[in-house]
Design a protein around this ligand. Structure first.
Ligand code: UD1
Length: 417
């Protein structure tokens, strides 16, 4: 098990490129199952969640390999329709293979994605929607057995909550279904738009991605295509939090500013100054942040739940009290106990976390228990006095492309063993 050793309070400076979006990569790689021919997915982050998706593709009979920052997928049809437990457990994003495999093979047998990490993460909305499209789904012994005996059919599906994964699964199932599918109250995350762009380039007919209503006209078949993923807005937000926690001035290259629309005003509120030019974003952070007004996580375009933990870590040393309200996942404050080992003063109750900023955190031995919680510990360690030994690094590797290299390039003292 590798660890990160971070010596804190080093000022960061310089310019780094933001990695491609993890949450685009996973559904887009799953979508290649629906295509015939070659797809090249550029700016594909080198993270373990992407590796796990590649393994699933290979298991299903596709060829998937990395070449530099791109992943190449050659699809000549599926040779099987099941995904075993050990593969499904490797990434939570694996559930999007359900819609894709069902549409491509008319059957899908998948084990339920891994246990509880940040909340219950039910998939009832995914299953209900696929059933409306004609799928017969049995849930037995931790397995989903799905069939579409008469093919999938377009349907009107109104989601009670704009679930990202359910929206993606419906889109994947609907692309080659018979007739038109309308998703009401669809998720509007930029990664949904990215998935639609890839699929449309492959010959799908999807309109309205990025809005609340998505309309998908089923087509006969899809071919492969080249596609560059959008930049990862959460990785960008994490780097901004690293700068904020260390009073630094850094530049991020390859940013889509509107995607950070809910994050930047909060950091501005805390005293950070931004200047944007083209796809670059420069941030200048004060010696010590001010506390921020209440932060509520919401579906896009609201403040992203994935950026809650890193921002909370930056708020831990702000001057004053910052209150967080986590509205998306019910168990997403596990990092606060580890932050307390570093001297943070945080009280949590249900969806609330009250962060009393302390003057300084100090290095300690801490352990990541989930991806973004791990990012929070990394942010805290960079700003803390002394050395931090961060274990559970495999969680960070799910979503951050060699964070130790990115941060070293900015002048951080960070070593991986
Ligand atoms: C995706 C992202 C994740 C992000 C989240 C919210 C990927 C791989 N992951 O996760 O990083 O934090 O969006 O932006 O893209 N829910 C149900 N029933 C369902 C589905 C969801 O009750 O069938 C609930 C969930 O328990 C959760 C909320 O809806 O409370 C949001 O979940 P969802 O938007 O589906 O998130 P994911 O797709 O799992």
């Amino acid at each position: 098990m590798s660890k990160l050793f971070i010596t804190g309070q080093k000022r960061l400076s310089g310019c780094v490129e933001v990695q491609g979006a993890k949450n685009s990569a996973l559904p887009i790689l799953a979508a290649t199952v629906l295509t015939r021919g070659e797809s090249v997915i550029y700016r594909c982050p080198d993270i373990s969640d992407v590796e796990a998706s590649q393994r699933m593709l290979r298991w299903l009979g596709l060829k998937a390999s990395r070449s530099g920052e791109a992943v190449l997928v050659q699809s000549d049809g599926l040779c099987r329709h099941d995904i075993p437990d050990e593969l499904m457990r490797q990434t939570r994003g694996s559930i999007v293979f359900l819609g894709a495999v069902l549409a491509a093979a008319g059957r899908a047998r998948l084990s339920l994605p891994g246990g509880c990490e940040i909340g219950l993460r039910p998939i009832d909305l995914h299953l209900k929607a696929l059933r409306r499209m004609g799928a017969v789904i049995k849930e037995r012994h931790g397995w989903l057995d799905c069939r579409a005996p008469h093919g999938l059919k377009g349907a009107e599906i109104a989601l009670p909550f704009p679930s990202v994964g359910a929206t993606e699964n419906i889109m994947l199932a609907a692309c080659t279904a018979c007739g038109t599918t309308v998703i009401g109250n669809a998720a509007r995350e930029p990664e949904i738009t990215d998935l639609a762009e890839y699929l449309n380039r492959c010959g799908a007919c999807i309109e309205g991605a990025g809005e609340s209503e998505i309309v998908i006209d089923g087509v006969k078949e899809l071919h492969g295509c080249d596609h560059a993923l959008i930049p990862d807005r959460i990785a960008a937000a994490t780097l901004l939090c690293c700068a904020a926690a260390t009073g630094s001035e850094i530049t991020l290259r390859g940013v889509i500013h509107p995607h950070l629309g809910a994050v930047l005003p909060l950091l501005e509120d805390a005293g950070c100054q931004f200047s944007a030019s083209g796809n670059e974003l420069r941030v200048r952070c004060p010696e010590r942040l001010r506390s921020m007004k209440m932060i509520r996580t919401m579906p896009y375009p609201g403040f992203p739940t994935d950026a809650q933990a890193p921002l909370l870590a930056a708020a831990a040393t702000a001057d004053g009290t910052t209150v967080f309200v986590e509205n998306i996942f019910e168990n997403r404050y596990r990092h606060t106990a580890e932050l307390a080992r570093m001297g943070a003063d945080i009280k949590t109750e249900g969806k609330f976390a009250v962060v009393e900023g302390v003057r300084s955190l100090y290095g300690a031995a801490v352990e990541a228990t989930d991806l973004r919680g791990g990012a929070a510990l990394m942010v805290a360690a960079l700003g803390a006095e002394g050395k931090t030994e961060l274990s559970g690094v495999h969680y960070l590797e799910r979503g951050y492309d060699h964070p130790e290299l990115t941060l070293s390039a900015l002048g951080a003292e960070i070593l991986r063993t």
